[in-house]
Structure formats: structure tokens, C-alpha cells
Design a protein around this ligand. Structure first.
Ligand SMILES: NCc1[nH]cc(CCC(=O)O)c1CC(=O)O
Length: 322
């Protein structure tokens, strides 16, 4: 290494509490593996300043573009993204140098009076701006005789929880991982089973991205990579891409390992799409050997997407949250 090796690495981050929390955690880990200090560089993104409904803006990756621009201009050395917010196409000048071990991928409910999802009273109002969450919660409600109303909301995690504390909503749906990262996991009143709500592709995982030409940095950051998380999110995102759906589309996906004791046997990939009213869904699953390559993981996602499309998935994805 040259004399550059003790120079601080610049980590581009959004200013939101969640982004600052996850960037801070990654900064510590990167500092540990590189032996270099990491300095946070705050960047405002379009997704932070826009007051419109995200789903209405329509474009994928609104949180990501400004960070990537700063990377491409060399203003920062690396960036941390929530993987579920990353578009499925990777810019050629940037690489995902590491996908660290995934946190709990589940969605959760924060409800008044410590209520569980299935104990919500008739007419309960549940806040979520996500067509994926609406579709699956409404589908569950229809098939289990629950009477709920999904209410489109957006805003950061604190804002969304405030709707419940202020009595405007009975419950809100959030990602466990986000609450965990900002230290509010104790406020969860119900962890939604994967059988009820499949998370967004990549949910709970982070992506550490840097310039494709920065070979030394790619190698260092690579120490934080978890190969299984990477294979799983690659399959999930390949499914999403093959369904030609954006991040606001009603697509859930999760890949997990099936183990026999300590021995990993197979990987299962599950996917769902549905209309936001929950009236129609297509949900499929495939199980097979854990893919050993990136291409293998991509193929698995494409194959499941093809089966879902054959069952009419495309017709269920036209909707957007209002
Ligand atoms: N939709 C925004 C978003 N992007 C990433 C997370 C945190 C969870 C994660 O990293 O997957 C959240 C909040 C949420 O969905 O509750």
C-alpha cells in the first residue's frame, strides 16, 4: 500500500435517520477492515425533498441517484444503500463491492394497544404506501375474514409511527430491519409471517457501492460481503427485473436456505404479485440447489418470474398506489 492508506475514506450518505444509522454502522465495519478512518459526507436526494407519493413519482431509485452521481464525480469513495431501494440495473461504472449479512427481512406492524395484525378490529385503518404490502395484507384479509382498510401514507419511519401514536391510524406496516437500525424494534407489536407478507426483494439487506475502477477499495470492502445474502438478493432482484416491475410495484420475493441441522441443503425462492385490493394474486415458489454463481442466481429468479408470468402475473402489476 502507498502512503494513501491512512487517508479517510468518504462515505456518501442521505441525511435521514435510517440512512445515517446504517451508514454509521457500515462506517465502523469498513474502518475495522481497512484500518482507515471513514468520514460521512451528507447528500440530499430527490426522494428526501419530494413531497409527492413515491409510487406516483414512478421512477425507481429516487433515493439512490444523488448518491451515485456523487460517486461517479469522485466526491465520495463509497455509498451504502438499502438494497430494496436499488434499481435492478447496475451502472457500468459502479459495483456492489459488498452485500453484508442480511437483517430480519420481515415486515412488521406497529399498532395501537399492542395489537397483532389478526386482532385488529373491524374497519381498522392500516397505513402503508407500498402496493406490495397493500396487496398482500388485503389478500390475507379477504381469505381470513378480516375487515381492514389500507391507507396510503409515506414519510420516514418516525413520521409513519407518529400516525399511530396520534390516533390517526390503527397500525402502520414497516420493515423490521429499518426499525432495528434506528433502535425502535421494541415498538413492533407483530412480526408478519413470511407466509402472510413476502418482503420486498432485497429487504433487510444493504449494498455497499463504489467506483468500478477502484480495485483496492473493492477488495477491502469485499471483506464485508456475505456470499449467501448476495446469492439470495440476486435471485430476488432477478425475479423483480424479469417481471419488469419497479421498486413501487406490488412484487414480494424472498430467497432462503433450507438446512438440515448445520448442513445447507437447498435454496427456496418465493415470489408474489397481486392487485392492491388483494382480489387477485399469483404466488409461486421454487426450491433447488443453492446457486453457485451470479448467473445461476439470476437464472433462478428469471425462471420463477417466467412461471409467474405464465400464470397471469403481468396483468396484476399495472396498478400504482394513489
Ligand atoms: N421503503 C423505504 C425503506 N427502504 C429501506 C427501509 C428499511 C428496511 C430495509 O433496509 O430493507 C425502508 C423503510 C421501510 O420499508 O419500512
Amino acid at each position: 500500500m502507498s502512503g494513501m492508506s491512512t487517508k479517510a475514506l468518504r462515505l456518501g450518505t442521505r441525511r435521514s435517520k435510517l440512512a445515517m444509522a446504517q451508514s454509521g454502522q457500515v462506517a465502523d465495519a469498513v474502518s475495522r477492515v481497512t484500518g482507515r478512518p471513514v468520514e460521512l459526507v451528507e447528500i440530499t436526494t430527490y426522494g428526501d425533498v419530494s413531497r409527492e407519493q413515491l409510487a406516483q413519482i414512478g421512477g425507481t431509485g429516487v433515493f439512490v441517484t444523488a448518491l451515485r452521481d456523487a460517486l461517479a464525480r469522485g466526491e465520495v469513495d463509497f455509498a451504502v444503500h438499502s438494497l430494496k431501494d436499488l434499481p435492478t440495473t447496475q451502472p457500468e461504472d459502479l459495483v456492489l463491492a459488498a452485500v453484508p449479512v442480511r437483517e430480519d427481512p420481515r415486515d412488521v406492524i406497529v399498532a395501537r394497544d399492542a395489537l397483532k395484525f389478526t386482532d385488529l378490529p373491524r374497519g381498522a385503518r392500516i397505513g402503508t404506501g407500498s402496493p406490495r404490502r397493500m396487496a398482500q395484507l388485503n389478500a390475507y384479509a379477504r381469505s381470513h375474514g378480516l375487515d381492514i382498510e389500507t391507507v396510503p401514507i409515506r414519510g420516514n419511519v418516525d413520521t409513519r409511527i407518529r400516525y399511530v401514536h396520534d390516533g390517526e391510524l390503527d397500525a402502520v406496516v414497516l420493515a423490521a430491519a429499518g426499525l432495528s437500525r434506528i433502535g425502535r424494534i421494541d415498538e413492533v407489536t407483530d412480526f408478519l409471517s413470511i407466509d402472510t407478507v413476502l418482503p420486498a426483494p432485497g429487504q433487510g439487506a444493504l449494498a455497499i457501492e463504489c467506483a468500478a475502477h477502484d480495485a483496492a477499495l473493492i477488495a477491502s470492502l469485499g471483506e464485508l460481503d456475505d456470499p449467501f445474502t448476495r446469492v439470495a438478493v440476486t435471485a430476488e432482484r432477478s425475479l423483480l427485473a424479469a417481471l419488469e416491475a419497479g421498486c413501487s410495484a406490488p412484487v414480494g420475493a424472498l430467497a432462503d436456505l433450507l438446512a438440515d441441522g448445520q448442513i445447507v441443503k437447498e435454496m427456496r425462492l418465493r415470489g408474489v404479485v397481486g392487485t392492491t385490493d388483494g382480489a387477485r394474486t399469483v404466488q409461486l415458489s421454487t426450491t433447488g440447489p443453492v446457486p453457485e454463481t451470479h448467473d445461476g442466481a439470476m437464472a433462478l429468479g428469471r425462471e420463477l418470474a417466467a412461471e409467474m408470468l405464465a400464470q397471469g402475473a403481468a396483468g396484476l402489476m399495472g396498478e400504482r398506489a394513489q
